[in-house]
Design a binder for this molecule. Structure first.
Ligand SMILES: [Zn+2]
Length: 95
């Protein structure tokens, strides 16, 4: 007899998306992501900043209407580890 294996469905209530994420730079849970829509220009961008180390980064999400904070965070982490995020530590201007 073939009994279908049933996978237990784990129903997780989705908690509201966290508003703060962990900063890859300083490790604090103070990374804030804002998605800003500019209706006049028809653009949309995500602003990522850390309240502890003042890391700051922007990602243009104009072409990605589905981008949400979790998506942005993933992109940001990628960018960070690829060295594309300017680090806040060096206050001296590098030329
Ligand atoms: Zn930080």
């Amino acid at each position: 007899m073939g009994r279908r294996k049933r996978r237990k469905k784990i129903i997780r209530r989705r908690p509201t998306l966290p508003n703060v994420f962990q900063c890859p730079h300083c490790g604090a849970q103070t990374l804030i992501i804002d998605i800003v829509t500019n209706k006049r220009e028809g653009t949309r961008k995500a602003i990522i900043r850390c309240g502890t180390c003042h890391l700051y980064y922007e990602i243009d999400v104009t072409d990605n209407p589905l981008a949400d904070k979790a998506w942005v965070y993933g992109k940001f982490i990628d960018a960070y580890y690829e060295g594309r995020v300017p680090l806040p530590e060096s206050e001296e201007a590098e030329e």
